[in-house]
Design a protein around this ligand. Structure first.
Ligand SMILES: Cc1ncc(COP(=O)(O)O)c(C=O)c1O
Length: 426
């Protein structure tokens, strides 16, 4: 017999609280305090100097980071947006270029392209909710210079196909790993497969200092150029006032340097990454194990399930009009679930709501980058319904965060709730 749903007055399947989705944020404690107090006690808040000389926390974090992910270079920044813009500039992206990005990502992945003075072209996602290689191929023009590939909601994109397309068309590849720190694809850390990888330590991310970012690359020239751009004019490169060693090394930049305060907190948080990942993966595995054969739902496919960082669980219903009631029924059961796309509800993660891009809003009247005379291809046009597959997938999907702080008992209750609701509403 099917149990009465909580939404219809039955008992709740999940009776425990739902921790907020701040995996690293909720673990901030003694280790962060100790690291931070060292910086304060030494009055050494700037990476390159202070009243006395001390080893830089930011530098130590960069070294640990690159050793872990297996990249030659790592550059700490103030945010992932700063890392993305620096990576695009390092890759030679600028006026006249088009850069393809997927239509399901935080707006920053797209805004960074405009920040680098190029024109974003928005591609479809496939059923994994990452960039659809077939649509990318259709959208390449002679102005396309790069791809920004987003490992969205913790899972790897189809890197084999996307890298093959990039190679064929001579495109630079920037991986946006903001939501998938520690994830892998076929054994390689995400962010180390393309030319550059960019990470975020904003508060909602797996490990955090409130704000912060990292850029990795294996290419020394890309590193030099990203380093220079993120540091006003390569102000702090090793031989600061030396002449340009090769053409393209030195140019005017901005300031995305990470502070020692952020570096200190990130050193402590970085030490917690593997534990957080293993807890989220344990939780996700337990929930998936309990619902994988449930009638009426289809779990989001993943190109390399081993590499999923398991920040969430996403599953499809067969019809979009079932989603709202299904999500409300799960909420009534005590599970913090939601639908993803609803045209009436703004969400910065879905291209249809990126008004500033759709309306080509530029900070000045001239309208660059869209009106840039160096752009010699057809005008790039946008509309809210231009990527129908993306909207179709997102309007049929249910999303649940998977906090590292869930217990196995929490996961059992979530399984019970999903099965209970699916038996009636799927
Ligand atoms: C996929 C993605 N890319 C980029 C960013 C931007 O990160 P930041 O806030 O560190 O600039 C975010 C942040 O939410 C994100 O989710």
């Amino acid at each position: 017999m099917t149990e009465q749903l909580a939404i219809n007055g039955g008992p709740k399947a999940k009776t425990t609280p739902n921790p907020a989705m701040y995996p690293g944020g909720l673990e901030i404690g003694e280790e962060e305090r100790k690291q931070l107090m060292e910086v304060i006690d030494r009055k050494y808040l700037f990476r390159y100097y202070g009243p006395e000389k001390h080893p830089s926390k930011v530098r130590e974090f960069e070294v640990k980071f690159r050793e872990k992910v297996g990249s030659k270079y790592a550059l700490a920044t103030t945010s992932c947006t700063g890392a993305l813009i620096s990576a695009l500039v390092a890759c030679g992206v600028g006026p006249g270029h088009e850069v393809i990005v997927s239509g399901y990502t935080f707006f920053a992945s797209c805004a960074a392209i405009v920040g680098a003075k190029a024109i974003p072209v928005i591609a479809e996602v496939d059923e994994t909710l990452t960039m659809d290689p077939a649509d990318v191929e259709k959208k390449i023009t002679k102005c396309t210079k790069a791809l920004v590939i987003v490992h969205m909601r913790g899972v790897p994109a189809d890197m084999d196909r996307l890298m093959a397309i990039a190679k064929k068309h001579n495109l630079m590849v920037i991986e946006d790993v903001a939501q998938a720190m520690g994830g892998t694809y076929k054994g390689k850390y995400l962010g180390t497969i393309g030319h550059c990888g960019c990470y975020s330590f904003q508060y909602h991310k797996i490990i955090t200092a409130g704000e912060g970012g990292m850029l990795v690359t294996n290419d020394s020239k890309l590193y030099d150029r990203a380093m220079g751009y993120h540091d006003t004019a390569a102000c702090w490169r090793p031989d600061r006032f030396a002449e340009e060693r090769y053409e393209g090394e030195l140019f005017c930049g901005t300031n995305y340097r990470m502070s020692e305060l952020t570096g200190a907190v990130m050193l402590a948080q970085f030490g917690k990454l593997d534990r957080l990942l293993s807890l989220m993966r344990r939780n996700q595995k337990k929930i998936i194990g309990g619902i994988k054969n449930t009638k009426g739902i289809k779990i989001r496919p993943v190109y390399d399930p081993e590499g999923d960082v398991a920040v969430c669980l996403m599953f499809y219903l067969d019809k979009k009009d079932k989603v709202q009631r299904f999500a409300e029924a799960l909420q009534a059961e005590g599970v913090a679930a939601s639908g993803v796309f609803n045209a009436g509800i703004p969400d910065w993660h879905i291209y249809a709501h990126w008004k500033h891009v759709i309306e080509k809003k530029a900070p000045t009247q001239e309208g660059c980058p869209w009106t840039c005379p160096y752009h010699t291809c057809d005008d790039v046009e946008y509309s809210a319904d231009m990527n129908p597959n993306t909207l179709e997938y997102l309007s049929r999907v249910i999303h649940l965060d998977i906090p590292a702080q869930y217990t196995e008992e929490d996961c059992d209750m979530i399984v019970k709730a999903i099965n209970k609701v699916a038996a009636v509403l799927a």
